[in-house]
Design a protein around this ligand. Structure first.
Ligand code: C2O
Length: 546
């Protein structure tokens, strides 16, 4: 195994998009940021220099971080931020996983522009569990604002309302030719007829869930979230922020040009969304240069049936590399509601929610606030009192029921969530089953829930109220998909299981950044195991202090 070393210079960069010059924070002068390639088993070292005007942390999304929780990166969860002018070196081993992951800033809304792909190939001498592609191609889907995203976030937080929607979706940083001033910079993928390409697709958008399609071509999904899947042939992909999809594209159509396009999936009546389509183009060798590419037909923005069909049709590649069995026994069972609500607004403030309230978001009606004085991991590791409490409830305050209007409509038990720093402590190697129920109190919206520090199995998903006696029979305990980010269906639920075998402090949160800002998150604290090999080592000496 090798040691792969990178330097990230994080600083302001002026880029032009949509006829507009915009100052963004970017890594090494590029947007999207640099792609990192490692092999399974390698050690990755990244020296991060924060030359930006903002506080910074970097998260390695989906990397297990076995015994290296200090390198995970979420602000005030595992570390204090690097202040402007400071540096920190992330060092960790990547093992037990292969496929496409990514890295991104994990503080405020910086990840809008501070992100890039992290590609894990098999150890040398090991093969993919699918035919070797002719070439590998990274497709980064993103979201673009004609404004400083930090200001967009500040305005939303100050007003207590929803953030302004983005001005464009992007493919590899480019909005594509449906947007003004964007005709000449569309992402172009050149293919040779008959050859196979591995598309490594990442949704880095802050708040936009996306459909992705290539005209006339099927895609064969072979992995999601860096976990291999049973090959699944589809003509459309639904990908939520945080998720990745590895899919094979065979250039098996007539020589010509074909658009690839991404458009939003959004179901929330009354919540504004960016209703635009970004596109790039797949050009066959020998295609006539001036022909108009064929355009795929994209689903309607609220086509939940199509979104759900994609998300629920995937299965894990049992017996494939790094396959993990579903934990059989469950030590800790949780029923967790996820959703948005409101909190009363402080006096003398204009708040844009209904009746002058402020938006908030919660899990089991607990709206998560990170600590201010020191990171949770530091507090956990050094046994410091008063930073967090360990009473995150395993059930919602009252039983959730869609069919009961007094619960579904503005019930204070779900609507007004207290701001807390409550965590769940887990014994080393204990197993957790979480039933995630989407409350849809305001806005029936898919919530992409992301767990740090380990993958989970997705046992079942569905719509309406989760009903244990009925839905347990649906559990796939044999070859469920393995993920780090699951879209809890709009108006529905999902059941996941994982093993807490990685000592440290791990946040779980909605990967729509606006929801995380409003408190849609919780934290697991996994205790050390009995041996030195199962004990979290000392913090690195250069770990930023608060
Ligand atoms: Cu991709 Cu907590 O993040």
């Amino acid at each position: 195994a090798a040691v792969v070393e990178h330097t990230f210079n994080v600083q302001n960069l002026t880029v032009t998009r949509l006829c507009n010059r915009q100052l963004i924070v970017a890594v090494n002068g590029s947007f999207p940021g640099p792609r990192i390639r490692v092999r399974e088993g390698d050690t990755l070292i990244v020296h991060v220099y924060n030359k930006s005007p903002y506080n910074l942390t970097v998260h390695w999304h989906g990397v297990f971080q076995k015994l290296s929780c200090w390198a995970d990166g979420p602000n005030m969860i595992t570390q204090c931020p690097m202040l402007p002018g400071n540096k920190y070196t992330y060092k960790f081993k990547i093992s037990g996983q292969e496929g496409t992951l990514w890295w991104h800033a994990h503080v405020s809304w910086l990840r809008a522009t501070v992100h890039g792909a992290l590609i894990i190939r098999p150890k040398s001498g090991h093969k993919y569990p699918f035919p070797k592609p002719h070439r590998e191609v990274t497709i980064i889907l993103g979201e673009w604002w004609n404004a400083n995203v930090m200001d967009v976030e500040d305005e939303a937080v100050t007003s207590g309302g929803l953030p302004n929607i983005s001005d464009a979706f992007t493919i590899n940083g480019w909005p594509g030719d449906l947007y003004p001033c964007s005709q000449n910079h569309m992402y172009k993928l050149k293919v040779e007829p008959g050859k196979t390409y591995l598309l490594r697709i990442v949704n880095t958008a802050l708040n936009g869930q996306l459909f992705y399609k290539i005209a006339n071509h099927n895609l064969t999904v072979v992995a999601v979230d860096a976990a291999y899947t049973k090959p699944y042939v589809t003509n459309i992909i639904m990908i939520a922020p945080g998720q990745t999809v590895d899919a094979l594209l065979v250039a098996d159509q007539d020589i010509g040009s074909y658009y690839m396009a991404a458009s939003p999936y959004s179901t929330s009546v009354g919540i504004p969304y960016d209703n635009t389509t970004t596109r790039g183009v797949v050009v066959y060798d020998g295609a006539p240069p001036i022909a108009t590419p064929l355009m795929p037909t994209l689903p309607a923005f609220n086509d939940t049936a199509t979104a759900y069909k994609f998300s629920s049709s995937l299965n894990g590649l049992k017996d494939g590399p790094h396959w993990a069995q579903v934990p059989k026994n469950v030590d800790y069972k949780m029923f967790v509601t996820v959703g948005l609500g409101f909190t009363p607004c402080e006096a003398n403030r204009t708040c844009l929610g209904p009746k002058g309230t402020k938006l908030s978001a919660s899990m089991n009606n607990q709206s998560f606030v990170p600590p201010k004085r020191m990171s949770l991991l530091q507090a956990f590791y050094s046994n410091v009192d008063g930073i967090y409490t360990t009473d995150f409830p395993a059930k919602p305050p009252i039983e959730f029921d869609y069919t009961n209007a007094t619960i579904n409509n503005y019930n204070p038990a779900f609507l007004f969530a207290p701001k807390v720093t409550k965590v769940t402590k887990l014994k080393f190697n204990s197993t957790v089953e979480m039933m995630l129920q989407n409350t849809a109190i305001i806005g029936v919206e898919n919530h992409p829930m992301h767990l740090h520090g380990s993958n989970f199995h997705v046992l079942a998903q569905g719509f309406g109220n989760y009903n244990p006696s009925k839905h347990r029979e649906m559990f796939n305990l044999v070859d469920p998909q393995i993920r780090n980010t699951i879209g809890v269906p709009a108006g529905g639920w999902a059941v996941i299981r994982f093993t807490a075998d990685n000592p440290g402090v791990w946040i779980m949160h909605c990967h729509l950044d606006s929801h995380l800002t409003y408190g849609l998150g919780t934290v697991f604290m996994v205790e050390n195991g009995p041996t030195p090999e199962t004990t979290l080592p000392l913090p690195p000496v250069d770990l930023p202090n608060c």
